[in-house]
Structure formats: structure tokens, C-alpha cells
Design a protein around this ligand. Structure first.
Ligand code: SD4
Length: 344
């Protein structure tokens, strides 16, 4: 139930006329205290990324710094299929990256379709902090990055990406919607070719609450493997791939970005939490909206997952398909993968 309000009508029975005065009472929410500080992030790669974020959070650092530092680890990983410059290219053979970041004040910055930049998440943060804009795309984003002192890297595929691309070129089949993700235990760095001919694909999305109770989030990806040139997913779009509202919570998504964009996915999760759902219920609510909008035939080949943290440090996640996991870290010795619940 998203609406927890009761509308009571009561009136004064006067002589001759009746006055109806509507009053709205909110049902008081039971506050469940979770963990603070806390960082959670998508997929197996989240375990390493959380370590980077935790170094900052454990010292009572700012969640924004934590979520940037955390996903930078993933962006720099060699042979990561899906994040940073070692990732799989678009169908023309170029790696193009999307990233976004949001802070506790509701500020947002993002880059889309950026090439040859190792840390798109840091460029997104510069967009947020140094420009009057929210998003820069393509060559303009790259130009801004270079002006800000980010090195322009070589336009060259990693060995693993080249191998996968060469194999893909044999058929050059364009199946961007069919990406069902890894299951726990499989390595996100070595995605399998699926029986339906598509490839697994991951993204790192990270959200954190710091010791001061402030929330931030980050999301960075190469999007879908062998996508059309110029394609932009949900990850750099505030309200789709990432959303933070410091009064309510933070949410991030992974999976087929087109489906997330169409339902304003992470904004939907935040609004569901605002109206009383806990993080897992809110993620499920958004997942079910994606399911409702697609045919059963189409949905069986689509993965979409959300993870969320609320203002009190409670967390949860939900996916369409089995096999989505996320990493949770809230103590020096607690950084574990959780198998998310799922609908199908
Ligand atoms: C996108 N949502 O570009 C990203 C890809 C992803 O797991 O998360 N894959 O659509």
C-alpha cells in the first residue's frame, strides 16, 4: 500500500445546513533504525568498490566522497567487461561511457557517451560542482574533461574486449535488450555469452549514508555491450539510473536502461519510500511497474534491478530475474554479497 493516509470526514450538524470539514491524518510511520554509515553497490564488483568507499565512511567522511572513490576502483579495473575503458565497446568498436553522481543537497552531475576518459564519475562530479549544468554529452563532455585536466587515454580496446568484439562481429547481431545478468559466484569480469546470443552486462551503482546521516550516490557504466553508437542508458540520467533525496533515501539501478528510463526508475523507488515503503518494498514496486508495462514474452529476457537505502540506514534490493546480487558494507568486517529477491 503506497497510500497510508486516512481521510476522515467529520462535520458539524448545524441547524439548517451541514458543514463537512475534511481532515487528513497521516498514519505515524514506525521508524526502524538501520546502519550508519553504510554503503551498498551493485554486483560482485561492489565488494571491491565498497572497500574504497568504506575507507572514507569509517573516518566519518562525506558520503559524496565515498561514492566517488568507491566506483573509481571499478572504473580502473583491468578486464572489467562493463565499467571503465576496459569494457566492451559499442557495435562500431568504441568504448563509450555514462556516469552520474548526486549529493545530499540534491545536486546532480553527469556525463553521457563520453570516450577515452578513465574516470567518468569524476568528470560527472566536476560537471555538478563547476558548471551550471547537470549533464554533458559526447565530444563536449570529453572537451570539458580535458579542460579540467583529465588525461585523454588511447582509443584502444582492452585485450578481453577486443576478443569479445571480434567474436561478436562474426554475426554482428544486434540484441541490446536481452541481457540477463550474472548469478552469484560467476565472475562479473568474464561475462558469459548467453544461449539467446546476447552478453551479460553489469554496471556499478553505489549509494551510501555517512555518519552524519547524509546520503549520496554514483553510477558508472559502459552501457550495453555492442549497443548502437550514440546510445545512452539510464545510468547518467538523474531519476532514472540514480536518485538521491536526503529527506527520504537513495536508489540506483542496473539492467536494461531503456526500461528504467521509461518508468523514471530510481525516482519511483524514492517516491515509494517517501510514502512509507521500506527500501526492498520500494525496489519491488518499481520492478513490478517494469513488468506490468511489458509482455510476458519480452520480460523473460530482461533484467532490471534496484537497490536502495533509506534515511535511517535501512537497505534493500529487488530484481526482475533471479541472479542479481549486491554488496553491503557497514563495518570493517562486514562487506558481503546479498542475493536479491526477484519477481520471476
Ligand atoms: C544501461 N543500465 O546502460 C545500464 C547497463 C547495466 O547491467 O546496468 N547493465 O542500460
Amino acid at each position: 500500500m503506497i497510500h497510508r493516509r486516512r481521510i476522515l470526514k467529520w462535520g458539524t450538524m448545524g441547524f439548517g445546513s451541514m458543514i463537512i470539514t475534511p481532515k487528513i491524518f497521516s498514519t505515524p510511520k514506525k521508524i526502524i533504525m538501520g546502519k550508519k554509515p553504510l554503503v551498498i553497490s551493485t554486483w560482485d564488483a561492489g565488494i571491491n568498490a565498497n572497500k574504497g568507499a568504506w575507507k572514507i565512511l569509517r573516518e566519518k567522511g562525506r558520503a559524496l566522497d565515498a561514492v566517488e572513490a568507491g566506483v573509481m576502483i571499478t572504473e580502473a579495473e583491468k578486464d572489467n567487461c562493463c565499467v571503465g575503458l576496459s569494457a566492451y565497446p559499442d557495435r562500431d568498436g568504441h568504448v563509450t561511457l555514462d556516469a552520474s553522481i548526486m549529493d545530499e543537497y540534491g545536486n546532480a552531475g553527469s556525463v553521457a557517451f563520453i570516450e577515452r576518459i578513465k574516470h567518468p564519475i569524476s568528470v560527472a562530479r566536476r560537471v555538478m560542482e563547476k558548471t551550471p549544468h547537470v549533464m554533458l554529452a559526447g565530444s563536449g563532455a570529453q572537451q570539458f574533461a580535458v579542460e579540467q585536466g583529465f588525461p585523454l587515454e588511447e582509443d584502444k580496446l582492452s585485450d578481453s574486449a577486443q576478443k569479445a568484439y571480434d567474436e561478436w562481429l562474426k554475426k554482428s547481431e544486434y540484441k541490446p535488450v536481452k541481457n540477463i545478468e550474472n548469478t552469484k559466484g560467476q565472475n562479473a569480469f568474464a561475462p558469459n555469452k548467453l544461449s539467446n546470443g546476447s552478453f551479460n552486462h553489469d554496471t556499478i551503482g553505489m549509494i551510501a549514508i555517512d555518519a552524519q546521516g547524509n546520503l549520496s550516490g554514483s553510477c558508472t557504466t559502459s552501457g550495453l555491450a555492442f549497443k548502437m553508437r550514440g546510445r545512452v542508458g539510464d545510468s547518467p540520467i538523474p531519476g532514472a539510473g540514480l536518485y538521491v533525496d536526503n529527506e527520504v533515501g537513495a536508489a540506483v539501478s542496473t539492467g536494461v536502461g531503456e526500461e528504467v528510463i521509461k518508468i523514471c526508475g530510481t525516482h519511483t523507488v524514492i517516491e515509494a519510500m517517501r510514502h512509507g515503503m521500506n527500501p526492498e518494498e520500494a525496489c519491488k514496486f518499481a520492478v513490478e511497474r517494469v513488468i506490468k508495462r511489458n509482455s510476458a514474452e519480452k520480460i523473460k529476457d530482461i533484467q532490471v534491478a534496484f537497490i536502495a537505502i533509506d534515511k535511517n540506514g535501512n537497505y534493500g534490493g529487488y530484481a526482475i530475474q533471479k541472479g542479481f546480487n549486491y554488496a553491503v558494507c557497514y563495518a570493517d568486517d562486514y562487506n558481503e554479497l546479498i542475493d536479491s529477491k526477484y519477481s520471476l
